[in-house]
Design a binder for this molecule. Structure first.
Ligand code: WT7
Length: 649
């Protein structure tokens, strides 16, 4: 990214009305790092505790004793914090505005209605035998029932594990097994861009896999009325389960450190890991970041375009906005359906003030030219947000100019599934913006850059991004595998949380995230492990070996580039390429769809057999002049063949 760029100073009118201006940001940030105990004790006041915490911070990043606890002697219920406490002041205010895939489909749900629907489902879950501490898997469309299901779990102390509705039956099975989940909540079908996705069929397929016997109940929302198979005794229609239930359900008293949810995400090695998030600290952090980063004000319509299957949906469609008594818009469809103007039309239809979306969505619109937004005025917008991957300055400028009519600040928010909430981002009333930079740390966040040996680098520099101390939204562990948690995040650099990202800090102290430095891909803001895709490919009979790397892609940010070595009896045909692409899509899900497959008679390996991905990444990006030292390769000649047959020239 170029140094040469525009700066967008904070506008006076924005600073005057914002939750924080520059002075306040600096004072609060200073207090948050000088006195985290005092700072977070104050911030915990935003929660309705059943028992107020007296112990605030108990955290250690020491490799021999990684232990993260916040507000540990406090008790609360997250669902009551998102619903019950708002009933008096804003019971008849919308909590969720739901916009269907079909532009004629929408529904407004008030806090009172959301409370009732949540209580009914919570009672139904209890009747089905779900108890505190049980894990419930959600595999759902973007419909209000998804929010209701999360809140109903939280209400009775069950732990939800949401699986993105675009994932395959195998992914569902893996997560049911990993979390010992005895109930799955799903729908007959989801609808996206006019197409139906057979969620129930996928669950049926998932539950034939060995190890899934633990799951004995499937609750099915009727979304489309499409045909589904039915397994008596196991499958229950959602409507049948909730209809006769009471609209009251006492909220379970939970410890601040009791788990709220598990969310699986990809790492550089092995199967996806289930990050464990807990209750008190997570909610405090989600609510506070939602208020300050989006400068959220009472009564505003706020729209985060993510799916509830990702952490962005958890923290910034559901928990943050609802904890703040906000109005959160939930969209079932895709931004390009029925036309590319849809996003702007939804903004106009519901008078959206704050729009939080992903760079890939912005770039996809940008590719259609400025006129793509002509069907809307977007006059109601006051603030824009970006998340999921670095936003290139060109896309930033277009977002600002065309979508935001040159009057809305953009908050570029860097964070991760592991962090629970936003970590580095501007506060719109406090931080001058530089397109492409996530700018400055949020309260309580202490980022640093280190070299490969873990030495802290000062001043303007590139480095590996680490966080030096805990914050309340941090994941506490990996479900059933604390050792893996310690190894993955705390063993690379002693005493620090390693993000897996690289970053640059400029002369003004602004952070510019440069992307993953490990074997994790980010395709359209979706995180994927190269190892997962490779292990899918080598399970195909034609494949001897596969190496997956990312390459720069105009719309997706990163595309998936695969080098495949075939078994002797397999023919390198175009048909086989298509078959392998289908294979991966079926195995993992459409988001893992390979963009390019290159046949590789051999892969560049060190003498100890390790694939040198650095070289493969360069060839995929067509940067063949800078391959670096190849002399340590077991057979340097394989590189010439790969260069000759590279896909992008
Ligand atoms: C990875 C985390 C956290 C919400 C969605 C993704 C990349 C995320 C940004 C940003 C540059 C970003 C990082 C990070 N990332 N936001 N604003 N600028 N990179 O969550 O699936 O856990 O992925 O997404 O590489 O490590 P996730």
């Amino acid at each position: 990214m170029s140094e040469q760029q525009n700066v967008y100073p904070v506008r006076d009118d924005f600073a005057a009305n914002a939750w924080a201006d520059q002075e306040k940001y600096q004072a609060m940030y200073q207090q948050s790092v000088d006195d985290p105990e005092g700072f977070w004790a104050d911030q915990a006041e935003r929660i309705n505790w059943i028992k107020k915490p007296t112990k605030i911070k108990h955290t250690s990043f020491d490799i021999n004793n990684v232990d993260i606890r916040w507000f540990e002697d406090g008790t609360l219920n997250v669902s009551a914090n998102c619903l019950d406490r708002h009933l008096e002041a804003r019971g008849d205010q919308p909590a969720i505005i739901w916009e269907g895939d079909d532009p004629n489909d929408s529904e407004t749900i008030t806090y009172r209605q959301l409370h009732e629907r949540t209580c009914k489902l919570a009672n139904a879950l209890k009747e089905m035998g779900v108890a505190k501490g049980d894990v419930v898997t959600l595999y759902m469309p973007m419909i209000p029932e998804a929010a209701v299901a999360m809140l109903a779990c939280a209400r009775i102390g069950a732990i939800h594990s949401v699986v993105f509705g675009g994932f395959s039956p195998d992914a569902v099975a893996q997560r049911v097994i990993g979390a010992d989940s005895k109930l799955v909540i799903t729908a007959d079908e989801s609808v996206r861009g006019g197409k139906h996705v057979p969620l129930k069929d996928n669950v049926d397929a998932a539950l034939t896999r060995p190890g899934t016997e633990v799951c004995t109940k499937v609750l099915v929302v009727k979304r489309t009325g499409g045909d589904v198979e039915w397994k008596d005794g196991r499958d229950v229609w959602y409507q049948d389960a909730v209809n006769h239930q009471s609209t009251d359900c006492a909220a379970e008293e939970m410890g601040a450190e009791d788990p709220l949810f598990i969310l699986y995400t990809s790492g550089s090695t092995g199967a996806p890991k289930g990050l464990k998030h807990t209750s008190g600290g997570y909610l405090t952090y989600a609510a506070m970041t939602h208020q300050y980063v989006f400068d959220y004000k009472e009564g505003e319509v706020y729209w985060c375009t993510a799916d509830v299957g990702w952490v962005t949906g958890h923290s910034y469609i559901i928990y943050g906005p609802l904890a703040n008594g906000g109005i959160t818009l939930m969209f079932e469809g895709v931004p390009s359906y029925p036309t590319h103007g849809r996003m702007g039309e939804i903004v106009d239809k519901h008078k959206v003030s704050i729009l939080y979306t992903a760079p890939t969505a912005v770039r996809a619109l940008m590719a259609h030219g400025d006129n793509v937004m002509d069907s809307s005025t977007r006059e109601s917008l006051r603030l824009l947000g970006s998340v999921g991957e670095p936003i290139n300055p060109e896309a930033w400028e277009w977002f600002y100019r065309v979508i935001g009519n040159e009057k809305c600040p953009i908050v570029d928010t860097w964070w991760q599934t592991e962090t629970g909430g936003i970590m580095i981002a501007p506060l719109p009333g406090a931080t001058d913006l530089k397109p492409g930079s996530a700018t400055m740390p949020f309260f309580g966040v202490v980022p640093a850059l280190v070299d490969n040996e873990g030495n802290e680098l000062k001043g303007a520099t590139d480095g590996n991004l680490v966080i030096m101390d805990s914050w309340p939204g941090q994941a506490r562990s990996i479900w059933n595998d604390h050792d893996r948690f310690v190894q993955t995040y705390f063993s690379t650099y002693k005493g620090m949380y390693f993000t897996g990202d690289g970053a640059r800090r400029d002369e003004d102290g602004y952070y510019w995230i440069t992307g993953r430095v490990d074997d994790v891909l980010n395709v359209s803001g979706h995180r994927m492990g190269t190892a997962e895709i490779e292990s899918s490919l080598v399970a195909h009979e034609a494949v001897a070996e596969a190496a997956v790397v990312g390459f720069p892609h105009d719309i997706k940010g990163q595309g998936i580039y695969i080098y495949v070595t075939l078994n002797d009896n397999a023919e390198p045909t175009d048909e086989l390429k298509k078959e392998l692409i289908k294979w991966v899509r079926k195995d993992i899900g459409p988001i893992a769809s390979p963009d390019i497959i290159q046949w590789a008679p051999g892969l560049p390996k060190t003498r100890s057999g390790k694939i040198m991905r650095r070289i493969l990444r360069k060839i995929a990006a067509n940067e063949c002049d800078g391959l670096g030292d190849t002399s340590t390769l077991a057979d340097p000649s394989v590189v010439d063949d790969l260069i000759e047959h590279r896909a992008i020239k």
